[in-house]
Design a protein around this ligand. Structure first.
Ligand code: GTP
Ligand code: MG
Length: 324
């Protein structure tokens, strides 16, 4: 047999390839990578070299080679517009009980995307988070929601009200929401990495991941100018993990964000989102929420890839959010 043929024969078919077939990945490294959540070709292909260096103990050079090999095996690279359109067909739009809010987002809160919602206290960010945890299940009975609570504001009682308001089986809705309290930013990042286990090991069909709030711990822990770049690096890594989750598992990521006074802004609304450009760039959709007249809420869409900037109003009621 010619040498060339032999090589071809020995090379596993790409669908059978495991991460141990990658150059430079032995059993020990594979185990390390696997336990850090990099357990498929896709996970490796979309990882950054730094992540593999950190969790698999690879050198930077090997990490780059491994990622490159995984990308080649998966034939990643350019996709045709047609392929991408086909992929878009799998996107689910989670609908809230407010048609106006859904329309603002082109039909609902999208999977395969990160939606950031920022606004002052009491503007309704947490209410939307609770709503998504319930409504994801309205559209798909098997769906699960993961709620990472950093401010101790998750309320099962509120879920009961919303589920009743939507005419759903309350017990089942509660059972399908997995809540974890994050005590600091490292814990928060770790919890997000654990979501992969819920999907892979426990087989849960996670449709929505809510991080409420994304930035509170980071803001409290990194104070002063000197720590800013470290904070931004960590937030960047966190957003990267979230983006990968959204993409690989076709789920909706909803993150809330606080606002801070922006002294540079004399006209208009003198507030801006915490987390700066990093959060803004990593988010596919951004909603600015504010309190309107007579208890209404105003949602403004900023920065969407395919929708016009626009705004709408809604109200928060005991049974759930509603159109005006
Ligand atoms: P921070 O987390 O403090 O930054 O605020 P937030 O944007 O998360 O606000 P949140 O979503 O917690 O909104 C709280 C507001 O929602 C309250 O002030 C009420 O106006 C409204 N709200 C919450 N629960 C109910 C309810 O059961 N019935 C009614 N009618 N309104 C509610
Ligand atoms: Mg809140």
């Amino acid at each position: 047999m010619a040498k060339q043929e032999l090589v071809l024969k020995m090379k596993p078919k790409k669908e059978d390839m495991s991460i141990e077939d990658l150059p430079g990945v032995g059993t020990a490294t594979a185990e390390k990578l696997q336990s850090a959540g990099f357990d498929s070709m896709l996970a490796i292909a979309v990882a950054s070299p730094g992540e593999l260096v950190e969790s698999g103990g690879l050198t930077e050079v090997t990490a780059r080679k491994v990622i490159q090999a995984a990308r080649q095996a998966l034939e990643m690279g350019f996709e045709s517009g047609q392929d991408l359109l086909a992929k878009r067909l799998n996107v689910v739009k989670i609908k809230t009980p407010s048609t106006a809010l859904n329309d603002l987002l082109g039909g609902g809160f999208e999977t395969n995307a990160i939606t950031e919602c920022f606004g002052e206290f009491g503007s309704g960010k947490t209410q939307i988070g609770h709503t998504l945890a319930v409504m994801a299940q309205k559209q798909d009975e098997d769906a699960y929601a993961v709620y990472i609570d950093t401010e101790n504001t998750f309320r099962p009682e509120r879920i009961v009200q919303l589920a009743e308001g939507a005419g759903m089986d309350v017990e089942k809705v509660l059972k399908h929401i997995k809540v974890a309290k994050a005590y600091n930013s490292d814990h928060q990042m770790l919890l997000v990495e654990k979501i992969e286990d819920l999907i892979k090991n426990d087989g849960l069909k996670v449709r929505v991941v809510i991080i409420d709030s994304l930035t509170a711990h980071f803001r409290a822990e990194f104070i002063g100018r000197g720590t800013l770049s470290e904070r931004q690096q960590k937030i960047n890594k966190h957003m990267h993990t979230l983006a990968r989750l959204a993409d690989v598992h076709n789920l909706c990521v909803y993150v809330t964000n606080q606002v801070q006074a922006d002294p540079a802004q004399f006209f208009g609304d003198p507030t801006k989102a915490v987390g700066g450009h990093i959060v803004a760039h990593a988010s596919t959709f951004r909603i600015y929420l504010r309190k309107g007249k007579k208890g209404t809420r105003v949602a403004k869409l900023i920065d969407s890839p395919n929708l016009p900037d626009n705004e709408c109003g809604f109200i928060v009621e005991t049974a759930g959010i509603k159109d005006l």
